[in-house]
Each structure stands twice: as structure tokens, then as C-alpha cells.
Design a protein. Structure first.
Length: 383
């Protein structure tokens, strides 16, 4: 997919231009904001958080396949408010006869199914032909301005359905093995506690739900862009570590940020090699924290790690970018020389392939907090 100059220039500046302004993320090290909801981290909630506002996945709140500064916000929130956002996965469901999916897979036509069918019938595709995910949003965050960054604190992710779908397609990419000759869709059904998904008897995948897409708007001059390739404003990052109790910080390009989410995954391996994970419907419970500092690329944090990203259509270049992000982060945030930071990156940082299927490929670096024994890292979430 062709990337417009404004997006490419922004991304190249983050790769090659001076420092990365990572010092603009006080929340990543200093723990800005109170720990409102101490909970145990894990797949199951110890108790539901009462949201301040809810954005439901009704057709009028959905966007099919794109981000853009011209997309009207569906909800306005204040910094620190807890927001519950409902997502729907239409993966595997026919546009012409959506009811057939449920009949053929012996799934009930329950409220979730009826909501999904309503969305398919009533959410139009982007008129110019841009295609991508079924998304919920955007959300306007009061006080966020271009040049700021927004930290999305993930208080919870809850499964809404009892199944998810994964697809296998021969020849969909050059790296798909030649042995894959049949196109198949696999419906994974969840156990009663929604802790695992069964493909076949004796094959159970642990459920570790997360949102594959979390994005702010691209700059207004960019126009509308597909939700498929991730970019500096986030989007289809497909980072499996962004589970409950973690955070993602993204740069703000337009007033209010305009946060959009979707592409919920019940489970995914690093790489997402078939092109899909366990595609499912979920509820994201999030809080938005504004940092009046500039960053150029996403940064994530878990209780145990800082996570930096490399994004590029070329996987080798994505790896180079992730390595540079790691070195600069360790230098800027923790006070080590560049050479010391490179040594730490080589001996302690795990670089993982995020995904190789989204046109722009991803590598992320897992920087462990535990190795920095002279530093104390406050964090908004505690077990």
C-alpha cells in the first residue's frame, strides 16, 4: 500500500532524526496518575470496574476499515474517566447471508449475534474503497492537542462471545508454506469460564485477550487511511502483550486524539502467521492520560517491561528501528551511554516479531525492568 508523504516523513523522522523525545513520557517511569483500581492481573477479572461512560457497538458508533481526522467522534471523555468500549468481530461472517455463519457452526442467534448482523447490514464501507477492520469510535479526549501523547491504560478486556474465528488461506503471502493448499476457517469455541479455546479435541489454546487495533487519528493532511497497516499513531499493532493491566502510549496528531479500537483477539502467537488470530468480540475498559510531551512512535508498558516498536514494510528495517528505539530509550530514560544501552539491548532485551501480515511489519523489544536494580519504577496498576 502506498504511504502518503506526510505519514512517511513523520515516520522517517522518528527513525533517523535526532533523539526520539522519549523523555516526554513521564507516565512510563514516574507513574503519572493514581492507581485507581488495584486488581490481580490475569485473564479473569476479580470484579468489574464501573465505567464513567460506555460506547456500545451499535451501527452508528462503528467505522468500517479506516482512520481519519474527519471521522466524527462518537463519545467525548475527560482525562482519567473510565470508558467501556464494545467491539464486534465480523471475521468469517458472510456479508450477503450473515445468519448462515451461526447456523453452519451450531452457534446461537443470541444478542451478540443479532448485534453483529445488524452491524453488517447497516455499517457502510468507506466510499473510496479503503478496506480494513470493523472498528468502534472514535473517542474524543478533552484537552489532548497535537504534540501531546495519550497513554491508554487497559483496566480490563472482556470477551463478549463464546467463540472466535481463525482463517488459513493458501498463497495469501510469499511466506505461506506451499503445503497449505486449502482455504479454511476454524471456529474456536471457548470453555464455560472463557479461559481456553478448543480447536479440536485435545487442542486447547489459553485465552489471553487483547485489542489488535488501538489507534489515534493520523494527521488531518493525511486523509483517511486503511486500518490494516500499523503506523506511528498506532493502529493494527497486534501486540499480544497488551492485555489487562498494561498501557500503550501514542502520539497525538489532531485535537482530541480521536481514539478508535477493534480487531479483538482472544489469543495470538507472535507473528500472527496465518494472517489472523482468534478473531473475536470484546469489551475494552480503558482510561486516557494526557502527557504534554511529544513522542514519534508507540511505546508500551507492562508491570515488568517497557516495550518499544519497529514498524516498516521490510522486516529487517523494522528490526533496525526497534533496536534503535531500545538503545535510545535506555539512554534517555535510564541514563546509560549509548554504548552501554547497546550492550544491555544485546544481553537482556528480547526482540520479538510482532506480526508479519499487516503490510507494515512489526518488531517489538521487551526491556525488562528487573535488571535495573538501582531504579524504582512506579506503575499505575498493582496486583
Amino acid at each position: 500500500m502506498e504511504i502518503k508523504n506526510s505519514r512517511r516523513d513523520f515516520l522517517e523522522k522518528s527513525i533517523f532524526g535526532g533523539t526520539l523525545a522519549l523523555s516526554g513520557l513521564p507516565g512510563l517511569v514516574l507513574g503519572k496518575g493514581p492507581n485507581k483500581f488495584p486488581e490481580k492481573i490475569g485473564n479473569q477479572s476479580t470484579g468489574k470496574i464501573k465505567p464513567d461512560k460506555i460506547l456500545r457497538s451499535f451501527p452508528e458508533n462503528m467505522v468500517w476499515g479506516y482512520f481519519g481526522a474527519d471521522v466524527p467522534p462518537k463519545l467525548t471523555v475527560k482525562e482519567g474517566e473510565i470508558v467501556e468500549i464494545h467491539s464486534i468481530s465480523t471475521s468469517g461472517v458472510s456479508r450477503e447471508d450473515p445468519e448462515s455463519f451461526f447456523r453452519e457452526n451450531n452457534l446461537p442467534l443470541d444478542d451478540h449475534a443479532k448485534e453483529l448482523i445488524d452491524i453488517i447490514h447497516n455499517v457502510p464501507p468507506e466510499p473510496s474503497g479503503i478496506r480494513g477492520h470493523m472498528l468502534t469510535g472514535p473517542v474524543f479526549i478533552e484537552g489532548a492537542m497535537p504534540g501531546d501523547s495519550i497513554e491508554i491504560r487497559i483496566h480490563d478486556v472482556r470477551l463478549r462471545s463464546d467463540f472466535g474465528v481463525n482463517h488459513v488461506r493458501p498463497g495469501s503471502r510469499d511466506d505461506v508454506p506451499l503445503e497449505i493448499t486449502n482455504q479454511e476457517s476454524f471456529v474456536y469455541k471457548y470453555n464455560k469460564k472463557r479461559t481456553s479455546a478448543e480447536l479440536l479435541p485435545g487442542v486447547e489454546i489459553p485465552l489471553k485477550p487483547f485489542m489488535g487495533v488501538m489507534a489515534l487519528s493520523p494527521p488531518s493532511e493525511t486523509g483517511r487511511v486503511s486500518s490494516i497497516p500499523p503506523d506511528f499513531f498506532g493502529g493494527n499493532l497486534d501486540l499480544k502483550h497488551l492485555v489487562k493491566g498494561t498501557s500503550l502510549t501514542l502520539p497525538v496528531s489532531v485535537e482530541g486524539g480521536l481514539f478508535t479500537t477493534g480487531d479483538a483477539h482472544g489469543a495470538q502467537g507472535n507473528g500472527e502467521v496465518s494472517g489472523t488470530a482468534i478473531e473475536t468480540s470484546m469489551i475494552l475498559v480503558a482510561e486516557f492520560i494526557i502527557h504534554k510531551k511529544t513522542i514519534q512512535l508507540p511505546v508500551a508498558e507492562t508491570p515488568d517491561h517497557f516495550i518499544v516498536f519497529g514498524l516498516n514494510p521490510d522486516l529487517d528495517e523494522a528490526m533496525k528501528q526497534a533496536l534503535r528505539q531500545s538503545v535510545v530509550f535506555i539512554h534517555e530514560k535510564l541514563g546509560f551511554t549509548y554504548e552501554e544501552a547497546m550492550s544491555i539491548s544485546s544481553t537482556a532485551v528480547d526482540f520479538e516479531i510482532t506480526q508479519v501480515v499487516d503490510r507494515t511489519e512489526g518488531v517489538h523489544g521487551m526491556i525488562p525492568k528487573s535488571i535495573f536494580t538501582n531504579h524504582k519504577f512506579d506503575y499505575w496498576y498493582s496486583s
